[in-house]
Design a protein around this ligand. Sequence first.
Ligand code: SF4
Length: 344
Amino acid sequence: MFSKKIIVWYLRNKRDLPRRNTRNPYKIWLSEIILQQTRVEQGLPYYLKFVENFPTVEDLANAHEDYVMKLWQGLGYYSRARNLQHAAQTIVNEHQGKFPKDFESIKKLKGVGEYTASAIASFAYDLPYPVLDGNVYRIISRIFGIYEAIDSNEGKKIFMKQLNELMDRSDAANFNQAIMEFGAIQCVPKNPNCNVCIFKDTCHAFLQNKIEQLPFKEKKIVKKDRTFHFMIFTDGKKFIVQKRNEKDIWQGMYEFPSSEKRLRDNKNIVHQTELQKHLLTHQNIYYDFTLIYQKKLEKENQQLLVNYEEILKLAFPKIMHDYITKKLNLYLPQTLKKNNGRSK
Ligand code: SF4
């Protein structure tokens, strides 16, 4: 029987992940959101930081937005951090600070979709909701030879039906953990080690040599190209920064102002980088930085003047944070750097 087989495999092979040692729905939710689209090794330190800084849902709900973004810095997909805080506020305001216990209320929280709601409902309360994420699509399509597109509505229904039939309803938490773990460490996207797999005698993809073809996807992601020429204006002590408030990538984070054109032949240019490329899921970002000296800084209304130490406390997208910590510090006169933060 599929569910028994995979649960036995799981109990022998599972990694020690924090969400496995808790039934606390708040911590399970944090870990699920943080680990979405993120490797465990990368996400784990963030999970620990969040639990330490916000031990309860009230702590997260009441935190300053900038502080939440700062802790999230470097993890990407920043809307997850904003949604996390929004959902924490909903739990405090509408559920008296108690994490909801039924599937529908969990699913209504901002940033929580079908998959995350199922994970929380099963891991925290043992409710029989199966998790259907990329890993699970892959396993089911390969083992059972399902060629329906996983990104089509019809495909979703077929996979969900199959998963519901496979699920052990009396052991929902272990079943879900097992199938996710199996996708994460055994039936991996590229070159799975089928020779040691418990399903190798019946797996369609292995027996028919179709591992590369499954799971099948209909649409290709069309990526948009965008270019940002970031301009870092400084008088040697302070810098102009601004918050990204529009509904766009990096919303809620800080940035340097940018211009349409790369600044050239200006005697006030202190440092300029080459155009570099940064890949996001739906966008290719081309960017460069120009550090410009201005004797008297002129900022616009919504912009801020901050010194280097203050910059380090704000949340910047990774590409900017790297420039700030690896390059910008080199162009600050050492004396000013020492005095920054202590100035009145
Ligand atoms: S035999 Fe290979 S393709 Fe099939 S489930 Fe196992 S690891 Fe995945």
